[in-house]
Design a protein around this ligand. Structure first.
Ligand code: ADP
Ligand code: MG
Length: 258
């Protein structure tokens, strides 16, 4: 793999939180790389430092030690490079779907006729064109997550960070929405780094799964996934013969620490 292909590089990254109660070491000496266009999922025990890791990559937090490079550079301002999608859709209930999607552009000061048209065409492309003047409460949970993704895509980030994006949805909806979101991310050729506690979800969506140790998070193992199924979509590859093998392997890795 040539180095231009590396979009995120963490080098010996550590993060300590300081509070009145003392110090919490959340991430320790973590080194990893993410390739352009890759879908990578991070799994690990609850409280091990997964969200902290995404916050470091997003630039929300600064590492206590080590460095993070985006496309080979340290960025003081990650705006426009990184988009963050959370478990809750965080749509504003008093804004229409279109005006929710435009909010990132407004904040960035990048809202103009062209970016507004692009946002509209994304809504249209992903089946929400007829809902642009609706309000969030008129949409299903799955549709709202799609809106949240489109809002993130509207600022055209290189990298998408997803923190347990489907955790608030019921199981049946989650399978469908995960499939949906995955297809959009692939179609838009984005790099994705997702956190989930659902091993099956991780395997179904990812090119690689990174297993973290208990806190402070370090890399326990990395699993390259390869599927024989004809069409590699999350729902299809759940039926692939390799799925169970990967599931057992990763489950055992995690189980040790639970
Ligand atoms: P995960 O997402 O894997 O569940 P987090 O990254 O949220 O874990 O948290 C890792 C550890 O850091 C936990 O012990 C948590 O209590 C602590 N932590 C997280 N955020 C903060 C913060 N802003 N200030 C202090 N401690 C924090
Ligand atoms: Mg978390």
């Amino acid at each position: 793999m040539v180095t231009e292909d590396i979009i995120v590089s963490l080098r010996n990254v550590s993060k300590k939180y300081h509070s009145l109660e003392g110090e919490t070491e959340a991430v320790k000496d973590l080194t990893m790389e993410v390739h352009r266009g890759e879908f990578i999922t991070i799994v690990g025990p609850s409280g091990c430092g997964k969200t902290t890791l995404l916050s470091l990559i997003s630039g929300l937090f600064i590492p206590s030690a080590g460095e993070i490079l985006l496309s080979g550079e340290t960025k003081n301002d990650t705006t426009g490079h990184v988009g963050y999608m959370l478990q809750e859709d965080h749509l504003f209930k008093w804004r229409t779907i279109l005006r929710n999607v435009l909010i990132g552009l407004e904040i960035k000061g990048a809202l103009n006729a062209q970016s507004r048209e692009k946002a509209k065409s994304l809504l249209h492309k992903y089946g929400l064109g007829d809902f642009k003047d609706h309000y969030p409460h008129q949409l299903s949970g799955g549709m709202r997550q799609r809106v949240a993704l489109i809002r993130t895509l509207a600022i055209d980030p290189d990298i998408l960070l997803l923190d347990e994006p489907f955790a608030a949805l019921d199981y049946q909806t989650r399978l469908k929405v995960a499939d949906d979101i995955w297809k959009i991310i692939k179609k838009e050729s984005k790099t994705a780094i997702m956190v989930t506690h659902d091993i099956a979800e991780a395997i179904s969506m990812s090119d690689r799964v990174v297993v973290l140790t208990k806190r402070p998070a370090r890399i326990k193992s990395i699993h390259n996934l390869d599927f024989t199924c004809e069409e590699r979509t999350p729902i299809k590859c759940r039926e692939a013969p390799e799925f169970r093998v990967y599931f057992n392997r990763i489950w055992k890795e995690l189980d040790v620490h639970v």
